[in-house]
Design a protein around this ligand. Structure first.
Ligand code: EPU
Length: 342
């Protein structure tokens, strides 16, 4: 059992979080087999310690000292499970890189994930915040997942309804936060694929490149290009993608904001509420490109906070709070932080 659990003490996490924060883990272990989770569960002292499951570290703001067992998810494997008349069923282990998985499904001739190309992070992290971009969310192609349950010590299959997916949210950010460790995720990809081009940026890119009937691979290439132009590459400038959720407000509030700010960017939701573009709100407060300490607001997209080199988690938090305060004063809208602080 001991060789399953060879922890490294005081381990640097700087290269394992996309914000590039120079954090250190009290105890660190890479998880390469399920038996390691079972062994932690079986050890009363280890089981009682706080746990941080680290995937791609792309939705995370770390403190200098992470006083926890940091478990780096390294479970690998992906396969086609089968098919029926309408779908091909796929599975990937939690430690697979999300974007490589998307490219692999495209290589198999399967569409459905192309709008989610180039999202940083792992397959196992994807359902936690119900990743979404360019008009699709993972919940649309998700069927079920397997998790290790730290209450029972058993593996459990969790279906879609139980996940309670919502905009950048699921049960894994709520009740199951410290309980379930996702080990593999399953998807159904449609055999009769249809392009999803509702998002203006994508349609515009394809138009400019004179692509009239795009394939799933064309859309993937377009989205890769759009993301590369708009979002900072974490290997060059530390960041965690969108730092705030786009806030959802009642129609009455959106209407009164619109009378004062005719250029307000908003999108109607199915229930009549409106989603506001947080990036636009932050931009209007003059924050784009500004810095507070070593943390800053990205110059090309105000929704993204960045590390200009040597920023601490505390500096990132202080910047986030300053942005939230200004947006609240100007628009009476509360911005919710998207990444997890640990
Ligand atoms: N805008 C500004 N100034 C800014 C940024 C944005 O005026 O500095 C305006 C844009 O002009 C546009 C609107 O705000 O009219 C929306 O901007 P954009 O299309 O870039 O998308 P977003 O709402 O900022 C969301 C997701 C992204 C996702 C894109 C594309 C959230 C929190 N963010 O961003 O997700 O890639 O849509 O679907 O929902 C992520 O979660 O890490 C992420 C990058």
């Amino acid at each position: 059992m001991t060789n399953l659990l060879t922890f490294s003490a005081d381990y640097s996490l700087q290269s394992l979080n996309t914000f590039g924060i120079a954090a250190r883990a009290r105890q660190f272990l890479r998880i390469e087999q399920l038996a390691q989770l079972q062994a932690i569960f079986a050890d009363a002292d280890l089981k009682a310690m706080p746990r941080l499951i680290l995937g791609g570290g792309s939705n995370l703001v770390l403190s200098d000292q992470v006083d926890a067992l940091v478990l780096h998810m390294g479970l690998k494997g992906r396969q086609i499970l089968g098919e029926d008349e309408n779908y091909v069923y796929m599975q990937a282990a939690a430690g697979e890189n999300w974007h490589e998985f998307v490219l692999w499904t495209l290589e198999q001739g399967l569409g459905g994930l192309e709008n989610l190309s180039l999202i940083p992070g792992t397959v196992g992290a994807a359902p936690i915040q119900n990743i979404g971009a360019y008009g699709i969310e993972i919940q649309e192609v998700f069927t079920s997942l397997t998790a290790f349950d730290f209450v029972t010590g058993e593996q459990v299959d969790i279906d879609k309804a139980t996940c309670r997916f919502a905009y950048r949210d699921s049960i894994f950010k709520q009740e199951y936060k410290d309980r379930m460790v996702i080990v593999s995720v399953r998807f159904a990809l449609p055999k009769r694929w249809q392009a999803r081009l509702a998002y203006a940026d994508v349609a515009q890119y394809l138009g400019q490149h004179q692509i009239d009937s795009p394939t799933a691979r064309d859309i993937s290439a377009a989205i890769i290009a759009i993301r590369q132009a708009k979002l900072p590459d974490p290997s060059r400038i530390g960041n965690a993608g969108s730092f705030f959720k786009n806030p959802i407000v009642p129609a009455s509030q959106r209407d009164s904001l619109l009378t004062v700010y005719p250029k307000l960017v908003s999108y109607q939701q199915d229930n009549g509420d409106y989603k506001l573009a947080a990036g636009w709100l932050i931009d209007q407060c003059g924050w784009k490109g500004r810095q507070l300490g070593k943390a800053g607001v990205y110059e090309k997209q105000a929704l993204v906070l960045v590390n200009h080199g040597g920023a601490t988690g505390a500096e990132v938090r202080a910047l986030a709070q300053a942005v939230q305060a200004d947006v609240y004063v100007k628009f009476a809208v509360k911005l919710e932080i998207e990444p997890v602080f640990f």
